[in-house]
Design a protein around this ligand. Structure first.
Ligand SMILES: Cc1cc2nc3c(=O)[nH]c(=O)nc-3n(C[C@H](O)[C@H](O)[C@H](O)COP(=O)(O)OP(=O)(O)OC[C@H]3O[C@@H](n4cnc5c(N)ncnc54)[C@H](O)[C@@H]3O)c2cc1C
Length: 302
């Protein structure tokens, strides 16, 4: 979608929005797949209600992009614009056991920054790519840790009320790769309450998680992490592996040889190819195990 009305462009500039016209989302997502649209980079939280009000008034559909590490975006010209927060400096401020973190901050760097100040708990999240905003939305988790467990409060733009609000952690439900935020809520910042731990102990935990990840996941390949959610008590990766589907390909979309719940783009895969592979694997798992798999990857159709 291209914004061309000069009045809208002028208003966006006045609201400190940086407009990158015709961006290819294939360059902004870890899968390396996605069509083109205008990218609106937001530099000031305070402008967000006015920016979203402007988009609503002109009936301009939009999506929120974090680090693009859990997204499968459709091909071609996209029918919505993308909003992304610009990371402020500093993006993490510590106050005792509390870490005040901007939603645009990188999750991994936040974990290591806090570690250097003897604040731990999030070791399991090392190696999960993306931003704090995306991690909050998805309740990112790994190796028994989930970000939701440390949330004291979240600063969020609530589209339904057209204003920025602070939600306490106990007002939000954080479940397995699911949260109670409304689809049009925009995460702006979070306060994490982290346990004090010696740096050396945290680094030991981080190294263990890094090794586990290196041993089980395709490193250096284009993916969006796990494609499907694990049903309670079961491992989708194991099921797909048992069906002999590692290496199954449609065009350049391929089931990883290393971790069967990771689907990789081995060249110039299109969204159509990746979606066809997802549908094929889902159908085969359903036929053999009687289980209908739910996506973990977020699909944005064109
Ligand atoms: C190699 C690899 C390994 C991975 N391993 C793990 C893992 O172990 N555990 C795990 O949980 N995930 C994992 N993932 C998936 C992904 O990294 C996480 O889901 C991550 O938290 C997504 O963050 P993001 O900023 O990239 O979000 P994006 O992919 O940009 O967006 C994901 C969703 O969050 C929304 N969103 C993003 N930012 C905001 C915001 N500020 N406000 C409102 N909504 C927003 C988007 O609209 C979208 O719906 C992995 C991915 C890869 C590529």
């Amino acid at each position: 979608m291209r914004l061309s009305d000069s009045k809208i462009l002028h208003e966006l500039t006045a609201l400190c929005v940086e407009l990158l016209p015709g961006k290819s989302l294939s360059t902004l997502t870890s899968l390396g797949i996605g069509g083109t649209t205008d990218l609106l980079r937001i530099t000031k939280h305070e402008s967000i209600p006015a920016i979203l009000d402007l988009l609503d008034r002109h009936k301009i559909p939009h999506r929120f992009l974090g680090g693009g590490s859990n997204l499968l975006v459709g091909d071609g010209e996209l029918s919505w614009v993308v909003l992304q927060l610009v990371k402020p400096e500093p993006d993490v401020v510590l106050e005792g056991n509390l870490a005040h973190v901007d939603a645009a901050a990188d999750l991994g760097r936040t974990v290591t920054f806090c570690a250097k100040h003897n604040l731990g708990g999030m070791e399991g999240l090392i190696g999960v790519p993306g931003t704090i905003g995306g991690a909050l939305r998805m309740n990112a988790g790994a190796y028994g840790t989930q970000i939701g467990s440390y949330v004291q409060e979240v600063k969020v733009y609530r589209a339904s009320r057209r204003r920025i609000e602070i939600l306490r952690g106990d007002q939000i439900s954080f479940e397995y790769r699911h949260t109670s935020f409304a689809p049009d809520d925009m995460m702006l910042a979070v306060t994490l309450n982290l346990p004090a731990k010696p740096y050396t102990e945290i680094i030991r935990g981080i190294r263990i998680c890094n090794e586990k990840r290196r041993a089980s996941q395709p490193m250096g390949q284009k993916s969006a992490g796990c494609i499907f959610k694990n049903p309670p008590g079961a491992s989708v990766g194991r099921m797909i592996d048992e069906l002999g589907l590692k290496g199954l390909s449609i065009g350049d979309a391929r089931v990883s040889d290393r971790h069967a719940n990771f689907f990789v783009n081995v060249g110039r895969a299109s969204a159509g190819e990746m979606l066809a592979l997802i549908a094929e694997v889902r159908a085969r798992v359903e036929k053999s195990y009687g289980l209908r798999l739910e996506n973990e990857v977020v699909v944005w159709s064109a």
